[in-house]
Design a protein. Sequence first.
Length: 99
Amino acid sequence: MLAAVARRIDIVARLGGDEFSILLPETDEAASRTTVARVQENPGRKTAQKGCGVTVSLGAVTYRTMDCTADDIVRAADDLMYREKHGGKTGARFAVFPE
């Protein structure tokens, strides 16, 4: 699913269980919102054709500086994803650092 929307420079990884990550280098907030919309659309269309439904909860972070670690980035995105998951299960939350 993520590989279908990823560019050649993006990095797609499974974090565990049903959690996946896509790193979008050289991508601003607007472009990441476009990619998130494509990610949300992709599984819904494919699973609907098979008669089953899938929910997608996403957390997306944009860092304007690199004053952070990879763990900081994953933690921030994971926190947003869980807040979205507990708030309704289908949607995305975004944050930009520093604000």
